[in-house]
Ligand binder design. Structure first.
Ligand code: ZN
Ligand code: ZN
Length: 267
């Protein structure tokens, strides 16, 4: 898996002009070593949390971790996965008055969730509002047996960087057919799969999920097609490691005022 997506090693829009209108700017998170604080963007780092708000926990019956495959008694504290401040991700539209986005999840395996993924929870906050109250200094952490290593992101800093990416499995089917011969020719010529140069297979904000499995775009309960908000992807050689667990994509509906979200697990 490439550590950093730099786009194709040629001008893709020159070679396949039909792609030009489909190119969109994503923000790669690019994790790096560091000890981020609660007022910094991070993957797996401590997050800015109001002391008077209960820390999220998961009590789903039957969630479990290797090797004992037993469910812990009681609830398990969720763990921080992503925190992004608006100042670090200018391409990401925040709801009015909000400038912090946080994602936490349960670090256990969930057999009842069809995706076996970590039941992510999303929070939008105002940094100033949280700072005006007392801030939680030490968030509760799961104990031995209460987490699955692969779902425990290690704290690391991020270097958000924008890049243009193009759809792969999300190409309109008719266009896919039209372009297929030229895509294959490029793949042969550059000895690189289209998947590798069209889009970013890594943790990122927005645009096209990398989709290892066939695309599975969710609709909200009112039937709106949701947008891809975040991808959390296992990356080699990095402190952020969700192991072989593949990718978790978070989707958001901005057409509904309560901003419903859901996730897809892609392995
Ligand atoms: Zn759980
Ligand atoms: Zn909706």
């Amino acid at each position: 898996m490439p550590q950093s997506f730099a786009g194709p090693p040629f001008d893709l829009e020159d070679l396949i002009p039909e792609l030009a209108v489909l190119g969109q700017r994503t923000t790669l998170l690019l994790p790096k070593n560091g000890s981020p604080g609660i007022r910094e963007s991070s993957l797996g780092g401590p997050i800015l949390w109001p002391a008077d708000e209960p820390w999220p926990s998961c009590g789903q019956p039957g969630h479990w971790a290797w090797p004992n495959e037993k469910s812990p008694a009681g609830t398990v504290p969720m763990v921080p996965v992503v925190q992004l401040f608006a100042r670090d991700v200018p391409e990401l539209a925040f709801p009015d008055g909000m400038d912090v986005l946080q994602l936490v999840w349960c670090p256990l395996i969930h057999p009842l969730d069809h995706a076996a993924a970590a039941l992510p929870k999303l929070y939008w906050r105002s940094e100033a509002d949280v700072l005006a109250t007392e801030v939680l200094r030490n968030s509760p952490a799961p104990q031995e047996g209460e987490y699955e290593e692969d779902f425990m992101p290690q704290p690391c800093a991020v270097s958000p960087t924008t890049a243009v990416e193009y759809p792969n499995w999300d190409l309109p089917p008719g266009l896919r057919q039209t372009l297929q011969p030229r895509i294959e020719e490029l793949e042969r010529h550059f000895d690189l799969e289209y998947t590798r140069f069209a889009g970013a297979l890594q943790s990122k904000v927005g645009v096209y999920p990398a989709w290892n499995q066939p695309p599975d775009w969710p609709d909200c309960e009112r039937g709106h097609r949701m947008e891809h908000l975040l991808s959390i992807t296992a990356e080699e050689d990095l402190d952020m490691d969700i192991g072989d667990m593949g990718s978790i994509y978070i989707f958001l509906c901005r057409q509904c005022s309560h901003l419903p979200y859901t996730h897809r697990y892609d392995c």
